[in-house]
Design a protein around this ligand. Structure first.
Ligand code: SF4
Length: 316
């Protein structure tokens, strides 16, 4: 099951614009935050489209024209108030360049789930979990380490970690200082050490050293939330209990119009309603691959996106 995450089969330079069929993009992953945008401004799509073509927003030009009058000492209108720039709301920031951020009257229909899945599967036929692992224990450890860290970094750390602590029983007895040094480069190493040892002790004490394959039992372990449990159930046990919602799945689900939510639990519920259970685990891998290769947070490559003609957020 282990292996580097593969993206699309071809480099982006070979992809065809607006091609309804997949097989177009490839790229490596990086975790980035969504671009911000001001609340109450012009529709996000047109704003981004202009900036993408290098045309400055209208308001900048207007501000330049006003400057001479102000420099001559012209009195401001009595009704005027100091201009303040309203910061973007958390929702608009997270959903930047998404169909959900457009005014309701201008929203395009959401991408059809079945066609979206079909094209993404065609584009990323080998989409799979990027965390290297050989069993449920290793995947659980790697997933806990992947919080606020890239999968590539985790994959650099886990070989030595698994050699030193090959199972939950060994990890349960780990010296915290030694474990901290082994996982230091993944960040938040002290809290991750507590989670790993706590998880391992829970597995030993409650499950005879075997990683449980039930959502309830998994989420009762220290450091294991629903997202982590979904990763384990879907990839180590082949159980489609839910959809893993990370930053890529959040962004793409909004851009594709599959949800208007930012809360991972609500996004997961929206996706579970629209896609068959059998597709849930793979769906998340497909969206993550597409988010890394083409539908990038700050600069989505819509012209080469295989979903461009069905995506309500497409800038083409
Ligand atoms: S890259 Fe594709 S999925 Fe992302 S916004 Fe553009 S057309 Fe939509």
């Amino acid at each position: 099951m282990a292996g580097e995450r593969k993206g699309a089969r071809q480099p982006l330079s070979q992809a065809r614009p607006g091609r309804p069929k997949g097989g177009s993009g490839k790229g490596a992953g990086a975790r980035t935050a969504a671009a911000g945008a001001g609340a109450g401004g012009p529709p996000r799509k047109s704003k981004l489209a202009k900036s993408a073509h290098g045309v400055p927003p209208k308001s900048r030009g207007a501000a330049k024209k006003r400057a001479p009058a102000e420099s001559r000492g012209a009195a401001p209108p009595l009704t005027s108030s100091p201009k303040t720039t309203r910061p973007p709301s958390p929702k608009s920031r997270a959903g930047a360049h998404s169909a959900a951020s457009a005014p309701r009257s201008r929203r395009k229909p959401p991408a059809p789930p079945d066609e979206t899945f079909r094209r993404l599967h065609e584009t990323y036929p080998d989409a799979h979990c990027a965390l290297h692992h050989q069993n449920a224990y290793q995947l659980l450890v790697a997933t806990i380490l992947s919080a606020q860290c890239t999968d590539a970094r985790v994959n650099m750390v886990t070989p030595a970690l698994f050699a030193r602590f090959p199972d939950a029983a060994a990890l349960a007895d780990a010296d915290p200082g030694e474990l901290e040094e082994l996982i230091r480069s993944t960040g938040f190493f002290r809290s991750k050490t507590r989670s790993l040892i706590g998880m391992a002790r829970g597995v030993v004490e409650r499950h005879h050293g075997q990683i449980p394959d039930e959502m309830d039992a998994l989420t009762k372990l220290p450091g294991v939330g629903r997202k982590t449990a979904n990763v384990i159930l879907g990839n180590a046990f082949g159980k489609n209990e839910g959809v893993v919602v990370d930053t890529h799945v959040t962004r793409l689900s909004n851009r594709l119009g599959l949800t208007t939510e930012q809360d991972p639990v609500r996004i997961e519920q929206d996706l579970m309603r629209q896609f068959p259970r059998a597709q849930w685990t793979l769906l998340s891998h497909l969206l993550i691959d597409h988010g890394r290769a083409i539908c990038i947070a700050r600069a989505p490559k819509c012209p080469v996106c295989p979903l461009a003609d069905i995506c309500p957020s497409a800038l083409v």
